[in-house]
Design a protein around this ligand. Structure first.
Ligand SMILES: [Fe+2]
Ligand SMILES: [Fe+2]
Length: 153
């Protein structure tokens, strides 16, 4: 089984514990949607798509598990670190890269490391394109415009 598939199996089991069906469905759609977008963006930029995709699968898990978005990026990075150490799918450098991306993913107005930026951009792509009839959040507009240019949209 691929590392990504193994991680997804773990995440699926965690999400299945969510009692609210609507919230559970949107959690699944979001994590898999951001994972696909992260793979696409990482590929386009010549970066490690597998690490990007794994970071995406974990990036909001803390919020879904606890029901709270309060400091969810920083707390989510801690949770991801625990999960990755338990699953032993990644080496130390990979775990660090994934956790850094999750730690910074809510800081959409600043630029961080290239892998951090892949996750932020993938999150924005999903927020903005999962339902294009919805208004784009002000803090995501500039990043979305830049992505549209990069991808010729
Ligand atoms: Fe988030
Ligand atoms: Fe997200």
């Amino acid at each position: 089984m691929s590392r990504l598939k193994e991680l997804r199996k773990y995440v699926d089991a965690e999400l299945n514990k969510m009692e609210d069906e609507e919230k559970r469905n949107s959690a699944i759609v979001h994590l898999y949607g951001v994972s696909l977008a992260a793979t696409m963006i990482a590929n386009k930029r010549g970066m490690n798509w597998e690490i990007a995709s794994m970071a995406a699968m974990l990036h909001d898990l803390y919020a879904y598990k606890t029901g709270s978005y309060d400091d969810h990026a920083h707390k989510g990075a801690e949770l991801a670190d625990e999960i990755l150490k338990e699953l032993k799918l990644t080496d130390e450098a990979e775990t660090e890269m994934i956790c850094s991306a999750i730690y910074h993913h809510d800081d959409k107005l600043v630029t961080d490391s290239p892998m951090d930026e892949v996750l932020k951009d993938a999150d924005v792509i999903h927020h903005c394109m999962n339902d294009m009839s919805k208004d784009i959040k002000e803090k995501e507009q500039a990043r979305f415009d830049k992505l549209c240019k990069e991808f010729g949209m």
